[in-house]
Structure formats: structure tokens, C-alpha cells
Design a protein around this ligand. Sequence first.
Ligand SMILES: Cc1cc2nc3c(=O)[nH]c(=O)nc-3n(C[C@H](O)[C@H](O)[C@H](O)COP(=O)(O)OP(=O)(O)OC[C@H]3O[C@@H](n4cnc5c(N)ncnc54)[C@H](O)[C@@H]3O)c2cc1C
Length: 401
Amino acid sequence: MADILIAGGGIGGLAAALGIADRGHRVTVLERRDGFTELGAGIQLGPNAFHALDLLGVGAQVRARAVYIDELRFMDGTTDERIASMPLTGDYRARFGNPYAVVQRSDVYEPLLAGCRAHPLVELRGNSPVLAYENAGHGPVGVTAVLAGGERITGDALIGADGIRSAVRRQLVGDGDPRVSGHTIYRSVIPMELVPEELRWNTVTLWAGPKWHFVHYPIGGGAHLNLAATRDDAAREAVVGEPTPREHVLNEFPELGDIARRLLELGRDWKAWVLCDRDPVGVWTDGRVALLGDAAHPMLQYAAQGACQALEDAVVIADALDCPADDFVQRLEKYSAERRERTAETQLVAREMGRRLFHPAGEGARERNAMLSALSAEDMYDKVAWLHGERLRGKESAEKC
Ligand SMILES: Cc1cc2nc3c(=O)[nH]c(=O)nc-3n(C[C@H](O)[C@H](O)[C@H](O)COP(=O)(O)OP(=O)(O)OC[C@H]3O[C@@H](n4cnc5c(N)ncnc54)[C@H](O)[C@@H]3O)c2cc1C
């Protein structure tokens, strides 16, 4: 039995803790905040995330809280014209073996947290910001996490799951602050009773306009509507959760069609974030230290895959560490080799989706509409198969040391 340290108790850190403890190692999760919580805003989960959640033993709990939507719908937000729809029922589920669903972030987080709390090999420590690590190198000795108060904790491996501004990454990769995308996202969650009946669709709907798009879907068992409106406004500074007046948000979205405007006008208590990501990098490990989730591959949310990829990372790293501590350096390298290419591609595709699909104006928008409306459901399934169709092996069939 080895001692594994995990910096960061977000979705990625807790998922990794559960998977690794399940392989018989002791895990200590070092979380910067005093408690272990996640906010209630919505996220989309592809079938690849459900597959990973099943392998982590919490798939059933997340399924019980999810809203199963019928299709992903793409609308021209300036004309209210429906451009394309990807059905997510029958053939989609049969092909990818799992549903596509929307959840509140806490609907994923709480089952992972409950699993960690119930596991005798997991210790959860709040108020434990990791500042740095000291790596003893490639020998049989361990790695030390240095906490903000000066405390030092030694283990056999350290996983940096400490998010987009990861302290572990700062030391391991040294690529500075994340890239500010120049896109501001305004988010609002409203009670469904405020939404007119004829606009209550069981879909993830995306409305695209010149240098903007917005997405909405039901969450919380259909009790709320999640609205996320993004503006390509060349913002230069990162912003996190800044309350924003409704009039400001509406002014940021010009040329809205009638239905698109009615939907956006439903938003209340808007908060703004300026989105950041990073370029993919080729190095995620340093001896007995590895990165995971947003610390390794932060991406724009346009492919709705950041958390899904963190869950996949967790399964792969748990399988990789199903071995004695002596082998950890090679096994962490194997984990990162298995994950780097796929996550890099997802990071780049997410950026491209914003530029090529969601934000073009004029002729570019007409070309996009023509291209998307010509696709059959089967064509669309083929396009997402590399992302949604991933089926990891899990511990029963993973290659052992
Ligand atoms: C607007 C928006 C919409 C999104 N929509 C989707 C979606 O639809 N589908 C999807 O799959 N993904 C989506 N994502 C992405 C998803 O939220 C992230 O990819 C995911 O939360 C990453 O999880 P993580 O655990 O790696 O990082 P985080 O969730 O950032 O967790 C990191 C944890 O580490 C802690 N921490 C930070 N620094 C330290 C430190 N030095 N020491 C100790 N602890 C530390 C933090 O407090 C936090 O608890 C979206 C993201 C955004 C911004």
C-alpha cells in the first residue's frame, strides 16, 4: 500500500482519490478551501463521462440526478432559424452505450464526495493549500507537498489536480498564467416557472450570432433553466463571478431574433466570468508528480468536455497506479502518455468551435449554416465519435504492473 497525495478536491481530484483508493492505496486530498463543495451551475456530461463514472463506482448516483435531454439543437440566434439537431436518444445511445445528460455540478461532485468520505483509505483535508513540491527524483523515495503554513507532507506520489491556476503546474511546467480567451461568459439560473411553456424544451439549445452565442438547458430535475451567454469582447483580464446588470448583458448581444431575445431576457442575477485556457503541453509529469484535469489541460467549455476529460484522467491514473510504489515514475509517465494526445485535441477543438461554429458573422455564418444543415444524424455521430465514444478499460482489464 502506497501513500498518494492529491492537491485539489474538485471533480478531478475526488474522482482520482476514489479510483486510487479502490486500488488499495491510502489517499490524502489537500484542498485549499476550508470545505469540500461545488456550486450549483449546470454542466453537460457526454457518454464518455458516464462510462468513467461507472468505472469509479458512482455512475448510478449521478444518473439518478441527471436530466436526459432529447437533442443538441443549433439555432441561428439572429433569425430564430433551426439549423441542425443531433438526436441523443435511440441510435445515439445505442452507438455510444451511455446517455448524454445535463446535471448541476453538485450532482457529480456530491456522489464523488460521498464515495471518498465513505472510503476508509481516503482522508479529506480542507485548509491545505499546496504551494510547492519537493521531488526526491527517480529513486524509491517519495515526494513532499509543501503547504502554505509550512507543513510538509510526504507520500509516494503527488497528483496536481488543483485547477487552471495550479501551483503544482507552475512548478512542473512553468508556463505562467493561463491565456485569457477574450470571451466573457454571463451565467444565470432561473426557476422553470418563469419560462413560458412553449420555450421549455428538453434540449441543450445553442443560439449563435455575430461574435456571441448562448446556451440553455434544464437542470435540477427540470426545476431550473441554466443560461450561459458568451460574448467575444476581447476582454483582457480574467474575471470570476462578477455580478452584472441585466441591461448590460442584453446590450452585449446585438441582432437577436425574437425568440432568442425572449429567452435571454429571462435571465436574472447574471454573473460574469472571463474565460481562460492554456495551450497543450507535452510534459505532465516530474518523477513522482503528475498533473490531472484542468491543471493538465484547461480548455474552453465549448466542447463541454473539461469535467468529462478530468473523469477519464481519474480512471486512467487509477489504473496506472495499480502497482507497487517502486514503479510509480514509469507508471505516471504511462498515464500521461495515454492521456496527452486526446486531451490536447479536445483543447484545440474547443477553441476552434468558438471561432468556426459559434461566432462567425455574415458570409461566415451563412456558410456555417449551410454546412451544419446538410449533416444527417449519422454524420454528426461520426463527428463526435472520437470524443463521446471513448470507453476506458477499468481495473478489471487494465494492464497490471
Ligand atoms: C462556464 C463553464 C462551463 C463548463 N461546462 C462544462 C460542461 O458542460 N461539461 C464539462 O465536462 N465541463 C465543463 N466545464 C469544465 C469543468 O468545469 C472543469 O473542467 C472541471 O471542473 C475541472 O475539474 P478539476 O477538478 O480539474 O478542477 P477544479 O474544478 O478547478 O478544482 C480544482 C480544486 O483545487 C483546489 N485548489 C486550487 N489550488 C489549490 C492549491 N494550491 N492547493 C490545494 N487545492 C487547490 C480548488 O479550490 C478546487 O477545489 C465548464 C467550465 C466552465 C468555466
